[in-house]
Design a protein around this ligand. Structure first.
Ligand code: GRG
Length: 290
């Protein structure tokens, strides 16, 4: 699994470097490159490739769309670390973008990464038909805005130091984290112009994978080492974050996440999608902190 992730990271970064090289070099590029490279695990791209493989979509196409996803993800991390949000000084094993470049530069680099995602999706290097591109742009916009990541982040911040119900925590985590995973899961179905029922099916799989991922991330914050995580751990408790661990306790949160994995696999089997690669990714998500 690790070797697969390294290959995906190399191919994605190669594409992004070439894409940026073709643009005029501005003062913001250093902060953009700092936030993108070498970058994180590329787990979202891996899921996009796992599902894309089931639909027999070209590797290059998936890497390019994954690069757009990684831009949105990098943007969300820069903004998440800002003093007005989670105020984190360490990210991916190095000082957060605002610590290195200052707050205003970090905000603008983040904004530029958001728009870069759409430049990538609409570029001529992505060889898919125009109608599909419009559909992807529409889905990624919806994913990133108030109905998705930005809305989820709002809820995350507003839930701090409050007693929040399980359903509300799940709704917040699905928006904040799950929506981008949903996008990755639904891209192949959009490219293959599947019907609404199939689109909903893959979005739901993505929401569950995102929820699973967020619980695993919270478990790392609860018990994991800062060195492995590349960020300071133990923060959720200090900040009074509403998570499934704070609500259910550590052991029950693990049980809950095992249950979600079981549900995802069951769903995939119902659809006759016996994806070995996707199962491998789910296991990686659940065990990477152990
Ligand atoms: C609208 C995109 C957008 C952002 C503005 C700040 C914000 C609103 C949203 C924050 C969303 C966020 C940071 C969710 C947490 C998701 C999460 C668990 C991130 C860690 O992902 P990994 O472990 O990171 O995949 P690496 O470093 O491996 O890429």
């Amino acid at each position: 699994m690790e070797n697969k992730l390294i290959k995906i990271a190399n191919d994605t970064n190669f594409f992004l470097k070439k894409f940026i090289e073709k643009q005029k070099r501005t003062e913001l590029i250093s902060a953009i490159e700092y936030s993108l490279f070498p970058g994180g695990k590329k787990i979202r791209s891996k899921i996009l490739l796992d599902i894309g493989d089931i639909f027999k979509i070209k590797y290059k196409t998936l890497i390019i769309i994954g690069a757009a996803v990684e831009c949105i993800h990098a943007y969300s991390l820069i903004h998440d670390d800002l003093p007005c949000m989670d105020n984190d000084k360490l990210r991916r094993g190095k000082p957060s973008t605002h610590i290195k470049f200052g707050e205003s530069t970090a905000v603008l680099a983040g904004n530029s990464l958001l728009t870069m995602a759409f430049e990538i999706l609409t570029s001529s290097t992505l060889k898919i038909n125009e109608k599909t591109k419009v559909d992807l742009v529409q889905k990624l916009s919806e994913t990133s805005g108030h109905l998705g990541i930005a809305g989820g982040q709002y809820l995350d911040l507003s839930f701090e130091k409050k007693k929040i119900s399980k359903n509300k925590i799940i709704d917040m985590e699905i928006k904040k984290t799950g929506k981008l995973f949903s996008f990755c899961c639904v891209v192949p179905a959009i490219i293959k112009r599947k019907n609404n029922k199939d689109i909903k099916f893959f979005e739901n799989i993505g929401s569950n994978i995102g929820l699973l991922f967020q619980i695993a991330d919270d478990l790392i914050d609860f018990k994991g080492s800062s060195k492995i995580a590349g960020k300071i751990t133990g923060k959720d408790k200090k900040k009074g974050k509403a998570t499934l661990i704070s609500l259910l306790g550590y052991k029950n949160a693990i049980k809950y996440s095992d249950n979600i994995k079981f549900r995802i696999i069951n769903e995939l089997n119902k659809y006759d999608l016996n994806s070995h690669n996707l199962k491998e990714t789910l296991d990686y998500i659940l065990t990477r902190n152990k």
